[in-house]
Design a protein around this ligand. Structure first.
Ligand SMILES: [Mg+2]
Length: 398
């Protein structure tokens, strides 16, 4: 089998990759939403793929791996890697999890994720109500994640939140960073307590916190919430769209309390997890298959983390329905340090009309049952999807 074409279309908010072969089967991969600008970057990799046998996934990815980088630049390589696995599975008539070594679990736990409700404000009661709403959603989530502090509007909405001026930008990153005021930190802790009271001990609470925290505040915060049995504090120091790791700084925070510390969604390739994992710099890492370099890369990082006693909770909120399928396939194969992956949804809603292969409901009691269809097991339906293609993507399925 040979690759005859690489195509990319922006469908809704997500760039979608399609690898075409001379045997009439094709493979799909999806890039996180909010990244339509990556389409030309995906397509510049086309010459490296043409003529290659897509079932030799690693042989093909080796040719393009050096063209990725920290988020968002690892997405193109990652989506192509996933489309290759999709093709390899379809060619073999096997689900991708079989090609990754087989499943170790029949259902994969998810955490929320992308099922979101608007915040009514930024006071403790608003956080409690919002957390309760997520916990009550029909998916039956056993873990929910809430943005707080620098990862939310709290930094701007709560007066004198930190010793800096809140600034806004179209891009996430390190724009807002600095020491919190005593009132600011107390406010964060009060909101966390209110959410825990609303959730009780049935639904775990994870917090997406930054980046932007300083070391003393991160330690103060992690210690202040020690009794609340939080799932993890995510991206306090770096993370999100920050193109560096700062493992030594994380280690200082991680050593200081029993509250689990988490990072890694923006990191590209195993090489850049080395210091975090070998240095035991965090308790939990959360690479995103759509940014880390693909699902085989994600699995390698998970295995290496497990060897070092580091837990694993992959990111995925913007990965769409094809990204969800990839998360289920690889999630089924991960070692026991796996906690849950972050649940993405199809956006806009019509995404559910243009794919086939998903169970209904997708999530039951906080888990997705692993399906057994060949490849990723979820496909675009060209007849249904054509209507949502832009003029320049008209030939996507041709
Ligand atoms: Mg995050």
């Amino acid at each position: 089998m040979k690759i005859t074409d690489l195509k990319c279309a922006v469908i809704g908010e997500n760039p979608v990759v399609r690898i075409v072969t001379d045997e009439g089967i094709d493979g799909y991969g999806e890039i996180e939403a909010y990244k339509p600008y990556l389409k030309p970057f995906v397509l510049h990799l086309r010459p490296a793929l043409l003529g290659e046998d897509p079932t030799n996934v690693e042989r093909v990815v080796r040719k393009i791996r050096n063209r990725g980088g920290f988020k968002p630049w690892g997405s193109a390589v990652s989506a192509i890697e996933m489309a290759l696995w999709d093709l390899a599975g379809k060619a073999a008539g096997l689900p991708v999890y079989k090609l990754l070594g087989g499943k170790v679990r029949d259902r994969v736990r998810v955490y929320n994720g992308a099922v979101r409700f608007p915040m009514s404000g930024y006071e403790p009661a608003d956080y409690a109500a919002n957390a309760a709403q997520m916990a009550a959603s029909p998916e039956g989530f056993t873990i929910v994640k809430q943005p707080i502090a620098f990862h939310s509007q709290m930094k701007a909405e709560v007066p004198d939140f930190f010793y800096g001026e809140p600034e806004s930008s179209a891009f996430h990153g390190t724009l807002n960073r600095g020491l919190l005021t005593e009132r600011g930190l107390d406010h964060v802790v009060a909101c966390v307590r209110a959410m825990k009271e609303a959730l009780g001990d049935r639904v775990g609470l994870a917090l997406d916190c930054g980046p932007g925290w300083t070391v003393p505040d991160a330690i103060r915060f992690a210690k202040a919430v020690e009794g609340l049995h939080l799932m993890w504090l995510e991206d306090l120091i770096t993370g999100d769209y920050v193109p560096w790791v700062s493992a030594d700084v994380y280690r200082e925070v991680t050593r200081a309390s029993t509250t689990p510390i988490h990072t890694g969604e923006q990191i590209y390739l195993r090489h850049n997890f080395k210091e975090l994992i070998e240095g035991h710099a965090v308790h939990v890492i959360g690479p995103d298959p759509c940014d880390v370099g693909g699902i085989a890369e994600l699995k390698w990082v998970a295995e290496y983390a497990d060897l070092h006693g580091v837990l694993f909770a992959p990111h995925g909120t913007g990965n769409g329905l094809l990204g969800l399928a990839a998360l289920v396939q690889v999630g089924a194969t991960l070692p026991d340090n796996f906690i849950a992956f972050e649940y993405p949804v199809g956006r806009p809603d019509w995404w559910y009309d243009i794919v086939e292969g998903l169970p209904n409901p997708i999530v039951r009691d906080g888990f997705v049952d692993v399906w057994n269809r060949p490849g990723m097991g979820v496909n675009l339906v060209p007849e249904a999807a054509r209507a949502y293609l832009s003029e320049e993507d008209r030939d996507f399925f041709d």
